[in-house]
Write a protein that binds this ligand. Structure first.
Ligand SMILES: [Fe+2]
Ligand SMILES: [Fe+2]
Length: 194
């Protein structure tokens, strides 16, 4: 369904579950960054009503996810740490490097968001299927379902706003190829995209 070209090696979960405070802190801030990203799209494209409506709902939902993660952190007797850098996302952004007009930039931003949602969704699935803690397994299963709907929503908006500007599906395929090369360098750290 996600069409990602390289699946995550499930052994990554062995690394992740050894340091729950680290993975949950990183995860909490992934949710916060998803909310901030939705808000930034509203600020940059207030003239696109359907996008504004969807992004306001999304920002709220992502902050609910943030709250769910911080509640788990508390329940497990852990502490929320500082925001972690996300080199995976920096690597993805390089695919769209170079200046472009505002309308094309929107399509690129939507494709970037779709990819981050898709990989996050895949990582949540791998966590839910392999993590030994039953409560966290259920938690990641629930979040996996939400992130899958976000991925399809971003792709749908990219197709809509890309019409007449660029071949969105061809760009998406190229981006999927690119992502499969990027992700080869990851899967070694207790971070959601690590
Ligand atoms: Fe989320
Ligand atoms: Fe999301």
């Amino acid at each position: 369904m996600l069409r990602l070209k390289l699946p995550t090696d499930p052994r990554w979960v062995n690394i992740a579950e050894k340091n729950l405070e680290e993975i949950l802190t990183d995860h909490a801030f992934c949710e916060q960054k998803a909310a901030s990203y939705a808000i930034s799209l509203i600020v940059q494209y207030p003239n696109k009503k359907d996008l504004v409506d969807a992004m306001s709902a999304l920002a709220i939902e992502e902050m609910e996810h943030f709250r769910m993660v911080t509640e788990k952190i508390e329940k497990y007797g852990l502490k929320l740490g500082w925001e972690r850098v996300d080199p995976y996302v920096s690597d993805l952004k390089k695919f769209f490097a170079g200046g472009t007009d505002k309308e094309t930039a929107l399509v690129y931003k939507l494709l970037l968001a779709a990819m981050i949602e898709a990989r996050s969704c895949e990582r949540f699935r791998v966590l839910s299927e392999n993590i030994k803690d039953k409560e966290l397994s259920d938690f990641y299963h629930e979040l996996m379902i939400s992130e899958a709907t976000h991925y399809t929503m971003f792709l749908k908006f990219a197709r809509k706003y890309g019409e007449g500007i660029l071949d969105v599906d061809a760009k998406w395929q190229e981006f999927l190829d690119y992502e499969s090369k990027v992700i080869q360098n990851y899967g070694k750290k207790e971070h959601i995209h690590g």
